[in-house]
Design a protein around this ligand. Structure first.
Ligand code: PLP
Length: 384
């Protein structure tokens, strides 16, 4: 590919990072305190306030936050945890890490999210927790799930990796779950390079996650290094090194301040897609569900059989025009890592359909008008 072609290429995602983030990083470097410390604490406080929850604990990734969520919820060998197969594989992997069995459930074909019905259909006698996912940023309908799970004493963990800025019934997603987890990978709305967060209203769980993420030391590294005569520490249980650094948190603080601007821009781009692709036969576009708003982390479209070409055909046409789209959300039960497992008996027909037919179009802050126009006209041309 020529250099011009590479430069003209439109990627599916590009993080919004600028001088403010660079300055925040330089300040942390100059302070000499680069590991978990005051910036992580500040990021946690700001994040908890923004998400309307009592406690936020920063971690090295959303995957590690998911792992700790299951540990503090007491999930282990012999337990079943319901998860959508239609999710990034980390959702199912976290269940495997604690020795429990991931049991796959289907999703609502409209939103791509699990519902009380799909969970009910997959329940087993050993189900102790569910991990529900706001897939691609589309909020899931949590209240009926909460009601079902409360009846069966099942812990609800919300994998909100993609959903910072999405709302459910007028509030940030994540507030009604027992625990929610978030990702700051560069593919997400806010990024710290790598990084995650766990939020909960339970003080006891937040406190345990805080120690588990740093080897279960009774004295935090911040307190140890902050004192001249460090108190002796005790290792209360087998813990992990799942810490975020102050370098990452400093970037996260700046990113959090940009969230309203980022969300507005993504919604503007989404409405351009909706207007530009209007009237095309055989395409279904992601949209807000009746009970909430998506942050449009992923703008996905479903290519129906009535469209002029297949999903793969459309991706090829986009690639020929220098546009990098992505196949839609993966289905974990189709991957070698999980294919051999007895994943329960629920039908996964909607999961398979969405996995086969959806694709994700580019959405990022600096996507130019020219770029958007090129994507829309390429799809319109493919439709004829
Ligand atoms: C739904 C979901 N859960 C978990 C993860 C894992 O996040 P991280 O990369 O921060 O571990 C992702 C990342 O893509 C995701 O989309």
């Amino acid at each position: 590919m020529s250099q011009e072609a590479v430069l003209a290429r439109i990627n599916v995602m590009k993080p919004l990072l600028g001088e403010e983030e660079a300055k925040a990083l330089a300040d942390v470097v100059a302070s000499g305190w680069v590991a978990q410390g005051p910036k992580v604490k500040e990021f946690e406080t700001l994040f908890a306030a923004g998400q309307s929850v009592r406690h936020a604990v920063a971690t090295s990734s959303c995957t590690t936050a998911l792992h700790l969520a299951l540990v503090v919820a007491g999930i282990g060998p012999g337990d079943d945890v319901l998860v959508p197969s239609l999710s990034f594989i980390a959702t199912a992997n976290a269940v495997t890490y604690v020795g429990a069995r991931p049991v796959f459930c289907d999703v609502d074909p409209a939103t791509g999210n699990v519902t009380a019905e799909t969970i009910h259909a997959a329940l087993t006698l050993d189900t102790r927790a569910v991990i529900v996912v706001d897939q691609g940023g589309v909020p899931l309908d949590l209240d009926p799930i909460r009601e079902l799970c409360d009846r069966h004493e099942i812990t609800v963990i919300e994998d909100a990796a993609c959903a910072v800025g999405s709302t459910y019934k007028g509030k940030p997603v994540g507030t009604r779950a027992d625990i929610a987890v978030w990702s700051f990978h560069p593919r997400k709305i806010l990024t710290t390079g790598e990084g995650g967060m766990l939020t909960t209203n339970r003080a006891d769980w937040a406190a345990r996650v805080r120690t588990l993420r740093e080897h279960s030391m009774s004295v935090s590294a911040t307190d140890r290094h902050g004192s001249v005569l460090a108190p002796p520490e005790v290792y209360l249980e087998v813990g992990f090194n799942y810490r975020m650094t102050d370098l990452q948190a400093a970037v996260g603080i700046v990113q959090l301040g940009r969230l309203p601007e980022i969300l507005q821009r993504r919604r503007d781009i989404a409405s351009r897609y909706v207007a530009g692709l209007a009237g095309l036969r055989g395409l279904r576009l992601v949209s807000d569900p009746p009970y909430g708003t998506t942050n449009y982390q992923s703008f996905w479209i479903e290519v129906l059989p009535s469209f002029a070409t297949s999903r793969e055909g459309l991706m090829e046409k986009l690639a020929d025009a220098g546009i990098s789209a992505r196949r839609g959300i993966m289905a974990a039960h189709r991957q070698p890592a999980y294919r051999w497992r007895d994943g329960g008996n629920a039908s996964l027909q909607h999961t398979q359909r969405l996995n086969d037919r959806t694709l994700i179009l580019p959405v990022f802050h600096d996507l130019s008008d020219e770029g958007l126009g090129r994507i829309i006209s390429t799809i319109r041309a493919a439709a004829t």
